[in-house]
Design a protein around this ligand. Structure first.
Ligand code: ADP
Ligand code: MG
Length: 376
């Protein structure tokens, strides 16, 4: 494919923080961006060269993007897959509709992973209250809606069939996955890119800690053995090859006792656990997304410093604007704020990354900054 060069207009479906960071990278490299988002005041829409405020399925908006943009990508995994197919008849689109359709639906995702021999948590599809399936072995478990869940939303712990039935009704009886709750030693993820020539480049494996189902911090590189890191990267590469994926994708893994790896879920876009790449890698996940989209060679994804990324949730703003003094004073810290006006609890408002000579140094410094932020 002929590369799409700086100066071109790129289309972006979704205007959240992932889109904002993509847009900033595109601007740095001399590209223009058109953002489509139904929210009139989205983080990416605000800095885009052209902002179309419309529903994702709005045919005239799609027509406009398809005609004006040299290539189109997405930052939001719940774009209806047929929107991507429509756009693909007008412009170059990555990732493709099939990959997004699999990643946005837990039932399709689990079946895909299982069919191709990837290890997943024991699960059952729950589509009615009194299903026939034998599910006793899945308790204690977690009931997850198959679509539109994120940051732990749309999930309930369930200990027996009565709790499962109550939770299912609470979820309005939409199709769900019941998954066995596994004893996690740790959680890791692999963000990687696959270009249009089939070449893949993987970022270092990162370790993730969640609080209340929301990513809290990411530690790069993950504190795991080389063997586990290689296994995770190899599985992620295998997965994007099977999908014939184009673009950036994240694979979330659970690490169990005995270092057994289980794939939790995949995201067909840059990922919160890859934000450390902006400040700690030679190429960021957003530059890699742009490179894959435009048919440029993928960049070097090596880590130049160990790093810790800490998410800044709306909870921090509850009393007043956080005191940024310490994060701004630390020479190895980088503050990123997404420009969201309303700071609701649990809402991702920004993050900071801290580099260090070692992971322990970066962690100590990140913890100090966070304590200072939380004490105000
Ligand atoms: P989301 O789409 O909201 O990220 P996930 O399925 O990744 O949902 O779940 C969020 C978090 O909940 C996981 O990162 C993990 O900490 C915990 N979790 C999810 N499924 C399981 C499970 N089967 N066993 C143990 N913990 C789980
Ligand atoms: Mg997740």
């Amino acid at each position: 494919m002929k590369p799409i060069l700086p100066g071109a207009m790129l289309g972006l479906l979704g205007g959240g923080q992932l889109g904002r960071m993509f847009t900033m990278t595109a601007h740095q490299m001399g590209y223009q961006v058109t953002v489509l988002d139904p929210d009139a005041d989205s983080p990416a829409g605000r800095i885009a060269d052209q902002f179309i405020c419309a529903d994702y399925a709005d045919q005239s908006a799609l027509q406009q993007i398809g005609e004006q943009c040299a290539a189109v990508t997405t930052e939001f995994e719940n774009i209806p897959a047929d929107v991507l197919s429509t756009l693909a008849s007008l412009s170059r689109v990555s990732p493709g509709a099939r990959s997004v359709a699999i990643a946005q639906n837990r039932i399709a995702e689990k079946h895909f992973l299982k069919t191709h021999g990837f290890p997943v948590a024991p699960f059952a599809v729950i589509e009615q209250v009194d299903g026939e399936d034998e599910i006793e072995h899945l308790f204690p478990g977690i009931l997850k809606v198959s679509q539109f869940g994120y940051d732990g939303k749309g999930q309930r712990p369930v200990n027996d069939e009565a709790e499962l039935q109550a939770a299912f009704i609470e979820m309005r009886s939409v199709p769900c996955i019941l998954e066995k709750k596994l004893p996690l030693k740790s959680e890791i993820s692999v963000v990687l890119a696959r270009g249009c020539d089939g070449a893949t480049v993987s970022f270092p494996v990162v370790e993730n800690q969640h609080v209340g189902g929301i990513l809290d911090i990411s530690i790069a590189p993950a504190r795991i053995s080389n063997r586990v890191a290689e296994q995770a990267s190899a599985a992620a590469k295998n997965l994007v090859q099977i999908l014939e994926y184009q673009g950036v994708l994240c694979v979330e893994f659970f690490v169990l006792e005995g270092d057994q790896l289980v794939i939790n879920e995949i995201a067909p876009r840059p990922h919160n656990s890859g934000h450390y790449t902006i400040d700690a890698c030679i190429t960021s996940q957003f530059e890699q997304q742009l490179r894959a989209l435009c048919g440029l060679p993928l960049g070097n994804a090596a880590l130049h410093h160990p790093a810790v990324m800490v998410n800044l949730l709306g909870d921090l703003w509850q009393k007043s604007e956080p005191d940024w003094t310490q994060v701004l004073e630390e020479p190895l810290a980088k503050l990123h704020l997404y420009g969201k006006k309303e700071a609701r609890p649990g809402r991702k408002m920004g993050h900071f990354s801290v580099l260090g000579a070692t992971v322990d140094e970066a962690l100590a410094s990140a913890n100090q900054i966070r304590q200072h932020l939380e004490s105000n």
